[in-house]
Ligand binder design. Structure first.
Ligand SMILES: [Zn+2]
Length: 102
């Protein structure tokens, strides 16, 4: 009776090596860098892939996109003002809590 665990390289475990899956919290945290164009192609692909299949994140992302475009139009800056940035960040935190509760 061989009880040994076969260590296959392609074993998918949810706790480790989950490079293909991006958590909602990570996606939301990185949405800013994503929108600011600070992420590399691989990171952008990961965020886009997550937003593609995650309703709550996509909803939040749409909100951010709208806010960003508004900011760009109103003050011509690519960076969000600190106060507004904090406001949006608190909104993202609330969403993260909601997502966490399921
Ligand atoms: Zn998500």
């Amino acid at each position: 009776m061989s009880d040994e665990t076969t260590d296959r390289p392609d074993t998918t475990t949810p706790t480790q090596g989950a490079d293909t899956h991006t958590d909602c919290s990570e996606a939301l945290l990185r949405v800013y860098e994503y929108l600011d164009g600070e992420l590399g192609p691989e990171e952008v692909a990961k965020i886009q892939a997550h937003l593609d299949e995650c309703g709550p994140c996509l909803k939040e992302y749409d909100l951010d996109t709208t806010l960003k475009s508004l900011i760009k139009r109103s003050c011509g800056s690519e960076r969000a003002p600190e106060a507004l940035r904090l406001t949006i960040m608190s909104r993202i935190s609330m969403t993260m809590i909601q997502v966490d509760r399921g």
